[in-house]
Design a protein around this ligand. Structure first.
Ligand code: MG
Length: 364
């Protein structure tokens, strides 16, 4: 083979690969990362001292995009099955053209029916890469004003009254608290919080109330306690009971477990006033963006929430936060070994977005 033949062969090989799909450094790194919690974290659903999350690093053309997904136990997801699902799609993710992320993610959603946290990790890594390549922070990609971010709540997990009081004191910098309830101890929990602070509260029952009359009575009582809204009072599939409560509730009701994907939103009308959108639930930044837009179009309030995650996922969600009414983006604040620095919270509880390209993450 002479030099001319070699160049011709190289040109043919290059033409066979989609434009921009492979560079000499193209690679995909998949891993599980164990995040340790500052406090043992207890909700109606589970109690734990650490969480394993899926970490994705997509390197291409000189830049690395970072993504992360926190598998949700409620939906029978875990880090290992998520990683296995991604491993099977390694070639698709690695060799697709990242500029056509819409097509790539649509194909990934078809290939992997579940494992939404894993898909979210890939979507976040791609969007981080795109933002870096364009040299703009992600909020700018979506046309958002970084000064229009909401205040974030700080979450207080279920504990005994003494520990609850300690946690509330520790949360002094945060102007709005989110209190986990859903047990018989609810009134004692709120009383413990109220013995320490007069701050506005938001309450999350995590499907914990199973009787609609009991749920309504608790919501009516919470309305006398300076509570702004109640999240997911009853099990996700009890929409008829939720419509009954919604007709009578003095407080706005926000769906969380009842809304996983954009397609879940229409059936919530008349049962809830708003939706809690999470990247790990729906499968990434782009899917969360669609979910928020659909909810707004249907006249629902919007909230961005998160799981226990590092600053990678929380920063990804925070870039969309100028779009929403409420933010509960504190998952990274509950972690003792956060590998990243990104979004921060100022002394008024307001989210401060990094202005570096992409997610704008730095190693901590
Ligand atoms: Mg919730």
């Amino acid at each position: 083979m002479n030099r001319r033949d070699l160049l011709r062969a190289a040109a043919v090989a290059t033409a066979a690969v989609p434009a921009g799909a492979v560079t000499s450094d193209t690679r995909l790194d998949l891993d599980a990362v164990r995040l340790y919690l500052r406090h043992k974290w207890t909700t109606v659903m589970s109690s734990s001292e650490y969480r394993d999350v899926i970490s994705v690093a997509y390197t291409h053309d000189g830049l690395t995009g970072r993504g992360e997904g926190a598998p949700i136990v409620r939906y029978k997801e875990d880090a290992w099955s998520g990683l296995l699902a991604l491993e099977k799609e390694r070639a698709l993710i690695t060799f697709s053209d990242p500029w056509e992320f819409e097509k790539l993610m649509a194909q990934l959603f078809r290939e992997i029916p579940e494992a939404y946290a894993a898909k979210s990790a890939v979507d976040i890594a791609l969007m981080d890469w795109i933002g870096q390549k364009l040299g703009i922070p992600l909020y700018r990609y979506f046309g958002l004003n970084p000064k229009a971010t909401p205040v974030t709540t700080f979450s207080i997990g279920i504990d005994d009254p003494a520990k609850t009081r300690d946690k509330v004191r520790e949360a002094a910098p945060y102007p709005v608290l989110k209190i986990k309830v859903g047990l018989d101890s609810d009134e004692a929990t709120i009383a413990a919080v109220r013995s320490v602070t007069r701050k506005p509260l938001r309450v999350d029952a995590n499907e914990g109330w199973t009787d609609k009359e009991v749920a309504l009575r608790r919501i009516q009582w919470l309305a006398t306690q300076g509570v702004e809204f109640v999240e997911q009072p009853m099990p996700a599939d009890r929409l008829d009971d939720m419509r009954w409560i919604h007709e009578r509730s003095p407080l706005p009701l926000i769906a969380d477990e009842a809304v996983r994907h954009p397609s879940d939103i229409p059936k919530l009308l008349g049962a809830f006033d708003g939706v809690n959108v999470k990247l790990d639930k729906c499968g990434g930044i782009m899917e969360a963006y669609r979910e928020i837009q659909i909810a707004k179009a249907m006249g629902l309030k919007t909230m961005l929430g998160c799981m226990i995650s590092s600053s990678c996922t929380v920063t990804a969600a925070a870039h969309l936060s100028p779009l929403v009414d409420y933010a509960d983006l504190d998952g990274n604040l509950l972690v003792a070994n956060d590998p990243w620095r990104g979004v921060t919270v100022d002394k008024y509880g307001k989210l401060i977005l990094p202005d570096r390209p992409g997610l704008g993450l730095l190693r901590s």
